[in-house]
Design a binder for this molecule. Sequence first.
Ligand code: LLP
Length: 421
Amino acid sequence: MEKYLGIISGNLYRYTGGKLFIEDISAEKICKKFGTPLYVYSVGHIKNQISRIRNSFRRVNPLICYSMKANSNLRVLKLIRKQDCGVDIVSGGELAKALKAGFPAKKIVFAGVGKTEREIISAIKNGIFLFTVESVEELRAIDSIARKLRRVADISLRINVDVNVDTHHYTKTARKETKFGMPIKEVGSVLKNRQDFRHIRIKGIQFHLGSNIKNSAPYIEALSKVRDFLRRTDFRPSIIDIGGGFGIPYRDEKVESIESFGEKISGFFMKYFSEASIIFEPGRFIVGNAGILLTEIVYRKHTDTKNFLIVDAGMNDLIRPSLYGSYHEIIPVTKKSGRKIVYDIVGPVCETGDFLGKERLLSQDLSSGDLLAVMGAGAYGFSMSSNYNGRPKPAEVLVSGDRVICCRRREKIEDLWKYET
Ligand code: LLP
């Protein structure tokens, strides 16, 4: 089982002398320099996670296409690119940013149900590795655009494998009723008529089951469905892309370890797909527990029913608790000795849904000016942030050993109206 790497037990986030350290720097020192709210990412953790995937799957030598929607800071992207990864994108914006971060076009896979003509043109012109095609209309569009450009586009077909996964309703993506991929039957008829698409080369099959999947069984179920389906066709894919979704622990919940995922998926893959190569698109696994959000307590408030800690980070900075009811551990940057009481940790945004944590046990001695760390905030944290309530986005910093660098400056108040005319 995957252990919660977080705070106390891990070596990258730990307490030393009652103070929270990220690698070799204290969180307090980082906050003094960069202010709050602040996203902090550990370089060491990101590198570790990538090498763990590589080791776990070494028998099948995967192409790891990092799903940049999880965290698309340029320096984070560059770091991941240097670990020999490709990238999974979902828009023209992500394509441009991936290229800017130096990813070779030949390691870019492009998913998404609504690729526009402009996005398709740009991806073809840049020579990306694969489009992950999600509908017949999209297939026709890519074929016709490639014809006009006198090119042939390489694609994989995304199958909606109708496999359920144990995760939040919003992040299940392989059920029949979701918008993603094509029903198996339709993929069958596309394959039968594949010579009609003269400017498309169908290279692979892709599926993506959902996000934060805590065991490997659904992957095996999906791969079995793909195997059974392919047996009924004359198509032999050279690529199987099993999407992303590898889960991480946010607290002490049970998550199958990546080593065990690797063991099981590699075994199945070598048995039934030994002719093909394999691609993964992990996002959360690589960056999720590499990041924390540091925030300062602004006020305390005690009512008949609640103790609130009102902090300077809100749902606009980290929306996961509000949107999915996600749990993020919240710990003090400096340990306090006093008795623990139950708090709701809330932001300054004008919505009751604006909270970072509910019913958390923390010291009664915490007060205004004290710092808290919201753990597991590296994935879908900053990348889902907004300016709601006129709030400039936080800064982001990277820590490596005892060095810290700013990788996105804090937005200024003037940035709030920069694009308005
Ligand atoms: N590939 C495709 C086609 C995807 O749609 C996604 C995520 C991934 C890969 C990466 O999944 P990961 O390895 O990170 O689980 N905002 C939500 C998660 C949404 C995921 C969307 N697609 C959250 O905060 O939990």
